[in-house]
Every structure is written in C-alpha cells, then in structure tokens.
Design a binder for this molecule. Structure first.
Ligand SMILES: [Zn+2]
Length: 667
C-alpha cells in the first residue's frame, strides 16, 4: 500500500517510535500494557460481564461489549497510543462493582457513563442513569441479580448530577414516570442542580444541529470500533444506540445543603461552571463516601469540548475541587463518580482519595494559571497551548492523563475565555475564510502539485502535522483532488494512531474516513436526534429558536407587530383558585422588524392582532426543523403566518454538511 491511496494504513515507523517513547517515559511495559489504574478498574467486580449485549424489548441490540473484545490482547497494538490503550481497556472492564460493601454499587462498561446506587434506610438512591433507558433498565436487573435483592421497586430517590444526556437519558428505564413526584407527596423525587433545564437547552438545542455533526468527530460516531478505529471516549466505552429519555425533575438544589433522604443524610455541593453550567457533587457522611459527579473522572476533562459548548471555567473547576477536597475528601474513605472507576484508601495507599481530588484540582489550576502567564507575556493561544507543561510528578497520575480533554485544547479554552478569539494579528480582524486562505496558499505556491510534492516529503519524514496541513489547503481549494484527499487522510491516520486523547484520535480518524469517501452524498455528516430535550423547551426558548432558524433576508422589508399566545392544553395541573380547569397561556408581543424577530414576553396594552399556537405544537420547530407548527396556529392574520413560513430554513436537511472540505450548503 503506497502513501496517498484509499486504504487504511498500518502504523508507520515514526508512529511506532512516538508511541514507544511515550510508553518508556511513563514506564508502561511494551509487551504487557498495564498500569495501576487498569488493576483498580477490574477490582471489586462482583458480576463480571464478557460478550454482554444490552437488548431492547423489541430485540434491538443497544450495546454489545464484544465489539471491544480486541482489548483481550495484552500488548497495545502499534495503531493505538499505549496510554490510551490502557484507558480503553479499563473502560472495557464491564460488570457490577462494589464501591462500598453492602452500601454502594455501580454498573460499569455498558455505556460511557455508570449507573450507581446508594443504600438508604429502606431502599436505594440512584445517582445518574446512563444515556439510554434500555441500559438503565438492564443495569437494575444486573444489580438485582448480583445483590440477590430487589432494587427497582425500592428506589427512593434519583439524583441527576448535571445537565448532560449521558446522566439523565436513562431516566425512563430507571423509574415509572407515574411514581415520580415531590418528596412531600411521598413520591420518588428527581433531584437536580438549579439551572439544569435551561442550560441543557442552551447547550444542545440552539446550536444543536452544528453540535450533532461536530460530535461525531469528538466521539467517533461514524467510525467502527477497532484497533484502527475507535477504542475509547476517555470517560468510558463509547455508548450504543438506545432510547434517550427524559422525565421532568421535581426538586432543584439552589444552595449547598443537606437532605435526609429515606433516613440517609446526603450533602449537596453545587459546582456551577465546572464540567457543566449546572452540576453538583454529593457526600454521604454515614458511608464516608464522596460522589464527584463528573468533576473528577479517570481522565483530564474538557474545558472546551470540540463538539461545541460554551467555554467552561477552569478556575471554578479547580476551586470547587479544592473545596471538595478540604470539606469532604479528608473525611472520605472512597471517591466514586459517574464515569470510570472509584478510588479507595487502602493500607498501601492511605491517601488515595485526597491525592485523587488534589491532583484533579492541580491540573486545572496549572493549565489556567500558566496559560494566563504566557498570555501576559504576549504569547498567542496557539503558542501558549504548546508551552504549558504539566510537571512530571503530575504526569504520572494516570487519572488526569489527557484521555478526554487535553492540555493543549484546555489551554486554548482558558485563553479564549479571558481574551476571546482574536490573536493580536490585524490579518485576523476580518480574516480570509478557510477556502479563501487555501486558494491564496495554492496561488502563491504555484500549483497543487508543488504543494503535494512537499507535503509527501513531509509525510515520508514523519512530519504528519505539516503534511496534513498542506494537503488540507489543496483539499479546501480543490475538494476533488484525490491525491490531496488520500495524503491528508494518511497523515490524519498516523496522527490518530499516536494520539493519547480519544477526542484527538476520533477526530483524526473521522477526518481520514471522510476524506476517503468519494461521493459528496457519502461525505455529508448527518446529525443526531435530540428528541428528549424538546420537552424541556419553554415557549420563550422556542421563540428564541424560531429566530435562529429564520432567514432574516426574507424578512428584511417587514415591519409588523402581533400578539403571540401559546396555549397549554387542559391539564390537571392548570386550575384556577376554585379548582376549575383553565388554559395556561404565555403571551408575547412579537415584532418582525426589518429582518429581526424581536419579542417582549408578557402582556402589553397595545391593540394587536393575535396568533394562537397550542404549546404542544411548538416542539415541532425543533423536532422537524420545519414550519409544521404553523399549521396548528389559529389567527385572523394568516398573512403573517405565511411570511414566517416562507422565511424558515429547513435546517434538518441543510445540517447534513461535510467537515473537512468547503461547505457548499446555502440557506
Ligand atoms: Zn458524562
């Protein structure tokens, strides 16, 4: 197989050497690729699961861990970074695990997240529910089998640590919705941090289509599992495909507090701005056990995930982790969390818990502080990212290795949070687009052939970043140049094989896969469903979303004002003071003003014509990206409906865009 041909290649000598050097530096045995974390990941398993499938009631395979049975081999293959190999192998350890005898258990390895139960006086408290209803339901059955006692019928409360789908998506498989309600009603509460609803929507709906496409690069959704494919998502084994469910939470924690839930004291530590905008840790004093949610996992996390999300705050992250350490770590015997495995104090390692929390706090603090130090002496974000170095002692703490987040991306995230995206170069004030820059580069280089000749030389000499960058200019200038596509694919592939971060590996290998696809249709990346989130949208959020998917050029001559009333159907909850059923309404005055969609939420005295839309029709905007909700509107100003209908962009269809070449989609 020669360079620049369509096939997937083996690891080059340069890649093998790079992987070997890292293994030596970290003290990883080249033949039997193991470390102390792999040992811990397999420890305390009371029901191991090999070749295990999660199957839905109608027979669909939701997750099959035999897809990852390549981890049975001892030696890391040449095509996988040896440190990432151990991370993947640790995640591959599936089963029911005993975090604390008789008290705390986890099902791990059937999803990227864990299913956790904590014993209360008469039953169990669930901490996070995995991504899918089927995985959650299966986890409960496995727990009952391993423990030999009922679990599902004894659930007393569910705590969801934060607003990401891999923590709440399994709710419907955990509990029957009819049993959910307030603690005061004697029902099963779903307890979440304040802000849970709004933040999820902001993260996943307003930019949802773009995020869906980009997420495939982060998680490797379009590439198969395997030694030349996806091996890990850093936090766990890549999840399967099941039903992402949602049930409305019943209690919102808005300050640090202690609740007694079914006879067990549970302390809540809010950690806003860390891994999620709304997130919280828990401490169980009776068990001397600390739940670190997703603030500390078995990896350095993302201050910025490449799928897209608002920048996280590295300063909040280290600070809340330091508080957790001083307040709870010093009185804990075990720390466990929603991803990866637990860490416990032992006679050989009596400070395992505090070490774990302190190392986590330290790495975010170093990245934060050093980035700003470099910024203050004039380094750019790209320069600072390469300059920030983690001290060797901390590099050897396996659970903060860059399996998910990376030092480089996190440093750029810190830089951007403080200083924004401008790098100080006036060329970047109103920069050329990627396509324009590529064309300029080729014009100055003379021809694509000249560029590719040098890029090939770089490739042959193991300079894969340079080769990929130069070949990428040709791809952006001439998307059908096969030589350029294959060369860039080959270079991405070698970069993927040596990446310690699963995110980098998945992105490089996804890019290589897309470059090797020859038909435009094949190259389009479709987006993922976001069904359950739609239920969280308030009428105001839906109006915001309507603004986003409206082509303002089509409204550029309009200046019209009307009243929009959304009506909730007659539901049991909506009654007036006499107990009579009423329709709950939300009222807006909407102003289509020369392309913009302004609105005021509330009643105004202005006399306006009215459009009435049933609230339940609004999610159709997001569900289908279409204007179907307008069909449900009642109004005496149908012309306004037509104007909006005409301006809505069919985002669902247009969101199938390619990533590694110019995007030709137009509104
Ligand atoms: Zn998670």
């Amino acid at each position: 197989m020669s360079v620049g041909s369509p096939e997937i290649k083996a690891a080059s000598e340069y890649t093998k050497r790079k992987n070997r050097i890292l293994a030596e530096r970290l003290g990883i045995d080249g033949e039997n690729t193991v470390n102390s974390e792999l040992e811990l990941a397999n420890k305390d398993c009371i029901l191991p699961l090999k070749d295990y499938k999660v199957v839905s009631d109608d027979g669909r395979v939701i997750f099959d861990n035999s897809e990852y049975s390549f981890f049975e081999q001892k030696k890391a293959p040449d095509t996988v970074n040896p440190s990432l190999w151990i991370n993947g192998k640790s995640n591959y350890a599936a089963g029911v695990f005993e975090v604390l005898k008789d008290k705390i258990y986890q099902v791990r390895g059937l999803d990227c997240a864990n299913f956790t139960i904590v014993r209360s006086k008469t039953g169990w408290i669930v901490l996070d529910t995995t991504t899918f209803a089927e995985v959650a339901a299966d986890s409960l059955k496995l727990l009952e089998k391993a423990l030999g006692e009922p679990v599902k019928e004894k659930i007393r409360a569910i705590i969801v640590s934060h607003s990401h789908a891999d923590h709440f998506g399994g709710l419907a498989g955990t509990v029957d919705e009819a049993k959910v309600g307030k603690i005061s009603e004697g029902k099963i509460p779903i307890i979440v941090p304040a802000g849970f609803d709004e933040e999820t929507v902001k993260e996943n709906v307003f930019a949802g289509f773009a995020m869906g496409v980009r997420a495939r690069y982060q998680f490797g959704g379009g590439i198969p599992a395997g030694v030349t494919g996806k091996v890990s998502v850093g936090l766990g084994t890549p999840g399967g495909r099941g039903t992402l469910s949602y049930i409305r939470p019943t209690e919102f924690i808005s300050e640090d507090t202690v609740l007694n839930i079914d006879g067990l004291d549970v302390e809540f530590q809010l950690t806003p701005g860390t891994e999620a905008p709304a997130e919280m840790n828990n401490y169980f004093p009776e068990y001397r056990a600390f739940w670190a949610a997703e603030n500390c996992s078995g990896t350095l996390h993302n201050v910025y995930p490449i799928r897209g999300a608002q920048l996280r705050d590295a300063a909040a992250w280290w600070r809340f982790t330091e508080i957790a350490l001083e307040k709870y770590g010093v009185i804990s015997d075990v720390v466990f969390q929603a991803h990866n495995h637990h860490h416990r104090n032992t006679p050989e390692n009596p400070t395992a818990v505090t070490d774990y929390l302190r190392n986590n706090a330290a790495i975010y603090k170093i990245i934060h502080d050093n980035t700003l130090l470099y910024a203050n002496i004039g380094k750019t974000a790209k320069q600072a990212a390469k300059l920030v170095k983690i001290p060797y002692k901390l590099q050897k703490a396996w659970y903060i290795r860059p399996y998910y987040g990376s030092v480089e991306i996190n440093s750029r995230a810190v830089y951007t949070k403080y200083l924004g995206f401008w790098n100080g170069d006036p060329n970047e004030i109103n920069p050329l687009t990627e396509e324009e820059e590529a064309k300029l580069f080729l014009r100055y280089a003379g021809s694509a052939e000249n560029v590719l000749k040098l890029a090939k030389e770089d490739f042959e000499n193991g300079r894969y970043e340079e080769a990929a960058k130069a070949a990428g200019y040709v791809v952006f200038a001439e998307p059908d140049n096969l030589e350029a596509r294959y060369l860039q694919a080959d270079a991405f592939e070698q970069l993927g094989y040596s990446s310690e971060s699963s995110v980098w590996r998945n992105a490089y290998l996804s890019g290589a896969g897309d470059l090797r696809k020859l038909s435009t249709d094949e190259r389009k990346r479709n987006n993922v469903a976001r069904g359950s989130l739609v239920e969280k949208l308030t009428p105001r959020m839906l109006l915001d979303y309507l603004g986003i998917i409206t082509d303002s050029t089509k409204l550029s001559e309009e200046n019209r004002k009307f009243r929009l009333v959304t009506v909730d159907p007659l539901t049991a909850g909506n009654t007036d003071y006499k107990g009579k059923k009423v329709r709950k309404t939300t009222e807006f005055s909407v102003h289509i003003y020369y392309g913009s969609l302004l609105y005021y939420e509330g009643h105004t005295d202005e006399i306006l014509k009215t459009v009435v839309v049933p609230e339940k029709a609004l999610p159709l905007i997001v569900d289908t990206g279409s204007n179907a909700f307008l069909d449900a509107a009642e109004t005496d100003i149908p012309e306004v409906i037509d104007i909006i209908r005409n301006a809505i962009v069919d985002v669902v269809r247009k969101a199938e865009f390619p990533m590694i070449e110019p995007n030709k989609v137009v509104l």
